[in-house]
Design a protein around this ligand. Structure first.
Ligand code: GLV
Length: 328
């Protein structure tokens, strides 16, 4: 970097990487715990050379248009559906993301949701806390009966890094694993299947595809109706992949037995969402990658991406590599 680059970080992120960035650049950090509004984001980014953002910041064509100096966008996330990649590429701006480091942590949460939904863990917790576990109900033969995970079939919608990590966990639990992904991938012990054959065969379906034009609404009313009656759906990818109203209907009617959801079409979840009123849904607030070590690694990677781009080098983890193939 010749002169000091100006960076706008849309949230205060703890740790050494940000301190390192402050040492090398003019770093403006959004002071609030809540995300800047689109207008605040645009006005604080106006003179920035680089943007360090989160998945809650919408980086669209209109914003990029208002940031003439911008040379790099780096998101502390693996998913980049909040960034208009085509607009960034057209402006020659590389967009960094953080794949790899959150794979195992996210698969841990997906498997936790699968187990919790299958064995009614959240319902049991509510039952105990509500004082319903009374001496006259010490041990009931039919109290909170759930589904067996061992010996069941898991259908993976998406077999990228997180899908594969989920498959390894399932294999350890003695599950049979089927997987579908847009491009065929082979993994030992995993049977590749079409979506049409996976949905009716799986006792558990776990979603691990990115959200894009092809996957938005992929699990809508008709896909949910094709799932095995009583099956369990787990989503730790993006809410927009599943039609939430259709999912609530399927859970209410018994077509689906339960769901474990970490992501929603609108976040935070609308207090009016029917999902909140269904006992057979386990809900978490988009915490797939939320372990201390993983979040620290994500910030580290995002800062590496930013510094590489500002130094004129390719980002180590670029979500729009086509930017490097553009004629200059
Ligand atoms: C989390 O959802 C991420 O994309 O990192």
């Amino acid at each position: 970097m010749s002169d000091r680059a100006r960076i706008f970080a849309t949230r205060s992120l703890a740790g050494a990487p940000l301190a390192g960035l402050a040492h090398r650049c003019d770093l403006d950090v959004w002071p609030a715990r809540t995300a800047p509004t689109p207008e605040q984001l645009a006005s604080r980014s106006r003179d920035a050379d680089g943007l360090l953002c989160l998945l809650t910041d919408r980086i669209d064509a209109a914003l990029l248009e208002r940031c003439p100096r911008l040379r790099a966008v780096s998101s502390v996330s693996v998913g980049v559906d909040h960034v208009d990649l085509d607009a960034a590429t057209a402006r020659g701006i590389p967009v960094g993301h953080t794949p790899g480091v959150l794979t195992e942590t996210t698969a841990d949460l997906a498997f936790a949701l699968l187990l919790a939904a299958a064995r009614r863990v959240a319902e049991g917790d509510r039952f105990v806390r509500a004082g319903e576990w009374t001496p006259d109900r010490v041990w009931e033969p039919d109290l909170l009966l759930g589904r067996d995970v061992h010996g069941a079939t898991l259908g993976l919608v998406g077999l990228g890094a997180i899908g594969q990590a989920m498959a390894r966990r399932a294999q350890g639990f003695g599950m049979r694993v089927l997987a579908w992904s847009r491009t065929r991938r082979d993994m030992p012990g995993v049977a590749f299947a079409s979506l049409d054959s996976l949905l009716p065969a799986a006792d558990f379906v776990s979603v691990h595809v990115a959200l894009n034009a092809d996957t938005r609404g992929l699990l809508g009313e008709s896909a949910l109706a094709r799932m095995k009656p009583g099956a369990v759906l787990v989503n730790t990818a993006r809410g927009g992949i599943v039609d939430e109203d259709a999912l609530a209907d399927a859970l209410r009617s018994g077509q689906l037995g339960a769901a474990g959801l970490d992501v929603f079409a609108r976040e935070p979840l609308d207090p009016a969402s029917p999902l909140l009123r269904l006992p057979n849904v386990v809900l978490t607030p988009h915490i797939g990658s939320a372990s201390e070590a993983t979040r620290a690694r994500m910030v580290e990677l995002a800062v590496e991406n930013l510094l590489a781009a500002l130094a004129g080098n390719p980002m180590p983890h670029c979500a729009n590599p086509a930017v490097y193939a553009r004629p200059t």
